[in-house]
Design a protein around this ligand. Structure first.
Ligand code: URA
Length: 194
């Protein structure tokens, strides 16, 4: 089994799909390597590609505020993406690009071993929850897959485009906070801590 650093290096050399041709930097993902909550976006945008860091543009700033609203910091969570290289003109990643890149994400999830996975937007949800996932209808619902509690919510970029979605996103965030506390409580009880 590779370490996260080794995996990051492997990703930085990847040429498994055509996206490598247009990248400035691969965006592996970042955050707390022991996080209980892992957020998964779609793929790097302009600033992420330049900096090699996930969610550093406008959508990333909003994500930071969303986290703050439920008393979490970026240092508490891990943020990754379905694809590690920026698609040209920020188009959605193609199915075949997602299919190869998601293998890296699987390794990442194994290594980080979160309890909760939050899919940001339809691309993440379709690759992680189900291929026909409808974000407007199915967001906010928990799906249990193996040991993971998985939920999808709107991508912060969608919230920037349409403010009306923020009310639903806030419900999803509260829902996340509640699940997080539930998991921490279960663990404390398991350890015999009141
Ligand atoms: N949008 C994403 O889906 N991921 C990022 O890292 C940045 C913007």
């Amino acid at each position: 089994m590779y370490t996260l650093d080794e995996l990051k290096y492997i990703v930085s050399q990847c040429k498994m799909c055509e996206l490598y041709k247009g990248r400035t930097k691969t965006v592996f993902g970042e955050g707390n390597e022991h996080a209980r909550i892992m957020f998964i976006g779609e793929g790097p945008g302009y600033y992420e590609d330049k900096m090699g860091r996930s969610f550093v543009g406008k959508a990333g700033q909003l994500l930071g505020k969303m986290l703050e609203s439920i008393e979490l910091k970026r240092e508490d969570i891990y943020i990754g993406n379905i694809v590690k290289c920026r698609p040209p003109n920020n188009r959605n990643p193609l199915e075949e690009e997602c299919a190869v890149c998601i293998e890296y994400l699987r390794w990442q999830v194994k290594l980080i071993d979160p309890d909760i996975i939050i899919c940001l937007g339809a691309v993440a949800a379709r690759n992680i929850i189900s291929t026909d996932f409808r974000i407007t209808k199915e967001r906010g619902n928990w799906v249990k897959k193996g040991k993971f509690y998985i939920m999808a919510t709107y991508h912060p970029a969608a919230l920037l485009r349409d403010e009306r979605k923020k009310r639903d996103a806030w419900e999803d965030l509260k829902n996340l906070r509640a699940k997080y506390e539930e998991i921490i409580d279960i663990e404390k009880r398991g350890l015999g801590i009141d």
